[in-house]
Design a protein around this ligand. Structure first.
Ligand code: ADP
Ligand code: MG
Length: 552
């Protein structure tokens, strides 16, 4: 396919094989593809949501409940479906939590839009109505939001616990919430949270309640030589991003040797070079060396002899984190090395002899590490996803200072307020605003459904409570009762909900705007069932869904 201009009008020239779908067909095709993706994560929503096991093409297994992880691992190759995945990714970047909610709402918006299209309502009226509703809903979030004191650790712990409920982190959520809140507090200066200074490290082999929060960094590495010290109380640490080896040029040089004497000389020269490097390091006063690249055997030997602890092959990001922890500079060139480049602190080995704990001595040294432990890799990975969501929501609550009642309470309240708002709007947009309101109620419906409760009864009860003016009435998924979820400690940051509303609407509208699909290849689904709820049928064309690996 190519584009040409003819008399100022763009003209699309199609390949012979190209396929084209227009108007209603195009919309239906896209809506069903997008909905299918949204459907695929619905069953994971909420504390009682199920996990998914994803198997990638290499046979690696991920077991998770995390919306964005599921969608990314699914490796979907369909342009419309990808728009929905972007919703999850935007939500993850901007809020850190609420990815399943955002995607589920986007899917439901499109489902409801389909109903309007079936009634011959023009997409542009739907788009306009959705846009109005989204703006209004976000304004109403501001009205309903409960202001909290960012220093109120009780509420922060509740926000963290809500986000971990039903995840791998659930079992130890109270214990972990304490670590999370304390960790965030340590990287907060005057309500400015900098999560860059809080690093998560994971370690398998012990249970989650043996996780710990440590001042400084944790390094999962071994010393380079068994005769090196492993505990250095008064550490002066060199961080270096160049190898401590013979200069590369020399290694690759072919040397034509005619007699053993020449080999000897050559080796001597290399030895001198290494010795010289170690001498410079020693001369600066360093007694610990953390190197991003390699350290060759001879250098290791000299370091050990000098009583210097040397560790090699650090990740660049770890070295950068250590500059904060130790107040050090990363050195590339040993020639200019001085004592000022070194960081000060202490290095100690853990009981299991697997990790180094590095703590800074400087007053203004910062950086803390949350060391998460779990029995196996799968457990630790899912723990990490849960904890990192919780860190984000705590940080976001401190920054924004506003929370909302969870368990579907906010969604039902917004839906009710949107219906009032719709009463004041005329025409087709009114119907779109009403459909938008209905779409928000997907959240309590699915929370109930996933908990094995009757979703219609639940919604009826919730609506009644909100009619009576109880704006915080939500679902207790464990008892099935309607409760004041704020009082029950089920709280979410307002920022995250605003973001979910914005990105879900944007994606739905993006999909609705398309009235023409021109595909270079086969569009596929001529004689297939359209992808209704739960079905992937409509996704056959335009690349289809590649690489699902039979995982779902
Ligand atoms: P997301 O990816 O959208 O964060 P989750 O699976 O984490 O999806 O579920 C979040 C939803 O679960 C929110 O609507 C939240 O209010 C709700 N939720 C969390 N804890 C509870 C609880 N104890 N009772 C009821 N709902 C809860
Ligand atoms: Mg969540």
């Amino acid at each position: 396919m190519s584009q040409r201009m003819q008399g100022g009008v763009p003209m699309i020239v199609m390949d012979e094989e190209a396929q084209r779908m227009k108007d209603r067909d195009a919309q239906e095709h896209n809506i069903s593809a997008a909905r299918a993706v949204a459907e695929s994560v619905r069953s994971t929503l909420g504390p009682k949501g199920m996990d998914k096991m994803l198997v990638d093409s290499m046979g690696d297994v991920t077991i998770t409940n995390d919306g964005v992880t599921i969608l990314q691992e699914m490796d979907i190759d369909n342009p419309t479906a990808e728009m929905i995945i972007e919703v999850a990714e935007t939500q993850e970047d901007e809020a850190g939590d609420g990815t399943t909610t955002a995607v589920a709402i986007a899917g439901e918006l499109l489902g409801n839009a389909q109903e309007l299209l079936d009634q011959d309502i023009h997409p542009s009226a739907i788009i306009k109505g959705f846009h109005m509703a989204s703006e209004e809903a976000r304004q109403q979030v501001d009205e309903v939001a409960i202001e909290v004191d960012p220093g109120d650790e009780e509420i922060l712990r509740k926000v963290a616990e809500t986000s971990m409920t039903g995840k791998g982190a659930d079992v130890n959520k109270e214990f972990l919430a304490d670590l999370i809140v304390e960790g965030v507090r340590r990287v907060t200066v005057e309500d400015n949270v900098d999560l860059e200074f809080l690093k998560i490290e994971t370690q398998t082999g012990r249970s989650a309640e043996q996780s710990e929060l440590l001042q400084g960094a944790v390094i999962d590495k071994d010393p380079n030589h068994e005769e090196m010290p492993t505990d250095v109380e008064d550490a002066r640490v060199l961080l270096i991003d160049e190898p401590i080896e013979v200069e590369e040029a020399n290694v690759d040089t072919e040397v034509a040797v005619s007699d053993p004497q020449q080999i000897r000389q050559f080796v001597d020269k290399e030895e001198r070079e290494i010795k010289e490097k170690v001498r410079k390091i020693k001369g600066s006063g360093a007694n610990v060396v953390f190197c991003q690249k390699g350290i060759d055997d001879l250098a290791q030997h000299y370091f050990a002899r000098e009583g210097i602890l040397a560790v090699r092959r650090f990740k660049k990001s770890d070295l950068e984190f250590l500059t904060e922890v130790l107040g050090a500079r990363i050195v590339s060139d040993l020639d200019g090395l001085t004592e000022d480049d070194l960081g000060r602190g202490s290095v100690r080995r853990d009981e299991d002899e697997q990790l180094f704990y590095v703590e800074g001595a400087d007053e203004d040294a910062h950086g803390v590490t949350l060391l998460l432990r779990g029995s196996t890799d799968h457990v630790v990975d899912e723990l990490e996803r849960g904890v990192s969501d919780a860190l984000d929501v705590v940080a976001s609550t401190i920054a924004d200072g506003r929370v909302l009642p969870g368990g579907g309470a906010i969604e039902v309240e917004l839906a009710s307020r949107l219906r009032n708002y719709a009463d004041g709007i005329s025409g087709r947009e009114q119907m779109a605003v009403q459909q938008f309101a209905d779409a928000l109620e997907l959240v309590p419906r699915v929370l109930a459904e996933n908990a094995g409760l009757d979703s219609i009864d639940t919604l009826v009860d919730l609506r009644a409570a909100h009619e009576d003016g109880d704006a915080r009435a939500g679902l207790n998924v464990f008892s099935g009762d309607v409760v004041d979820t704020f009082d029950a400690g089920v709280v979410e940051p307002a920022h995250s909900k605003r973001q979910a509303l914005a990105s879900a609407t944007e994606a739905a509208n993006l999909v609705l705007k398309i009235d023409d699909i021109i595909a270079a290849g086969d569009l596929g689904d001529e004689d297939e069932e359209p992808g209704g709820p739960g079905g992937m049928g409509g996704m056959g064309g335009m690349g289809g869904m590649g690489g699902m690996g039979g995982a779902m």
